[in-house]
Design a protein. Structure first.
Length: 322
């Protein structure tokens, strides 16, 4: 048997969590202890990549057994704020579609009922009238002057353009003995963790604060964003992460719209009394909700490093999915 290499690189490390997980003692979001009078939420999603929302018909859903309420984009636009998106362009991204949908699977309504099964059945009864709009799925095509515009207020699909230059790249290319040019195209892909999205939220009337349980490892990345959307101070929003999480691979970083959406529903008790609420997505729903890498081309042209030191130049363009 070969000897273990010195240090940590290449060394086998014994796992310490397997016995607990393999004997059924894991504690995931769906294993959360019962909360009194908790309700369940089911999300209605857009079947269109690009469409204007003409109207909603929630009457049939509200008449169904166990249904306590329905949230639409009109409610979201009225009672919440859009998320900050990191660019100065006027991109207004809400936790649910308010004026039009901009990708397949975007939330358009939420049904809250006394059980998950009743909520899912009632979600099927929610009617949303759409005006389909042209869609574009190619990144370069989206930048053409006649491409369909996702955000009319921006006026283009290019929401951010930054060019970073270090050193003298033009001189480095001119003096290089060899310059390599290539073009790459990356396919669309998405991660598929075993455990899907899960959110449980509760509003406390006494403390006037939200408590949210979710299964994302980096909650403080989104804490300030969600507080802004809910229009509460950050000390009135408490995030708790599950003891165990069944994978993420990056896609659960897009959970913040659902945290805001479910939490706002419970906090709307300030206007109309509601109970704690939970939402655990199906595998298909998670794939619709999750972020993914869209097909994109990239051109590369690189000289070798020069004796004068490192040199680099990069240009990034940011186009919103929303």
């Amino acid at each position: 048997m070969s000897e273990e290499p010195p240090g940590w690189i290449g060394r086998r490390v014994a796992r310490v969590e397997d016995a607990r997980l393999l004997t059924g003692r894991g504690h995931f979001i769906d294993d959360h202890p019962p909360i009194g009078d908790i309700h369940a939420a089911a999300i209605v999603r857009s079947p269109h990549a690009h469409a204007r929302i003409v109207g909603y018909d929630v009457a049939a859903a509200l008449r169904m057994e166990g249904v306590v309420g329905v949230i639409t984009g009109e409610d979201v636009a009225r009672f919440t704020r859009p998320f900050p998106v990191g660019v100065t362009a006027p991109v207004h991204y809400y936790c649910a579609a308010t004026d039009k949908v901009r990708f397949v699977g975007e939330p358009v309504a939420v049904v809250v009922a006394r059980s998950r099964y009743l909520a899912e059945d009632a979600a099927d009864a929610v009617g949303v009238e759409y005006e389909p709009l042209p869609a574009v799925v190619d990144v370069e095509r989206a930048l053409e002057p006649d491409a369909p515009i996702l955000h009319e207020a921006v006026g283009t699909n290019l929401a951010g353009h930054r060019r970073l230059v270090y050193g003298d790249p033009d001189r480095a290319f001119a003096e290089a003995d060899v310059v390599i040019r290539e073009r790459f195209r990356f396919p669309k892909y998405g991660s598929t963790p075993i455990e899907t999205y899960g959110v449980i939220a509760r509003w406390d009337d006494v403390d006037e604060a939200y408590t949210v349980w979710s299964n994302f490892m980096g909650p403080f990345i989104m804490h300030g964003l969600v507080a802004r959307v809910l229009q509460v101070p950050e000390n009135r929003l408490r995030f708790i992460v599950s003891t165990d999480i069944g994978g993420s691979f990056g896609i659960k970083s897009a959970m913040y719209p659902y945290i805001a959406l479910i939490a706002w529903r419970t906090g709307s008790s300030r206007r109309r009394r509601t109970a704690p609420c939970s939402a655990c997505a199906t595998a298909g729903s998670t794939m619709s909700a999750a972020i993914s890498a869209a097909p994109s081309p990239a051109a590369a042209s690189a000289p070798p490093a020069t004796s004068s030191g490192r040199t680099a130049s990069s240009t990034s363009r940011w186009m919103p999915r929303w």
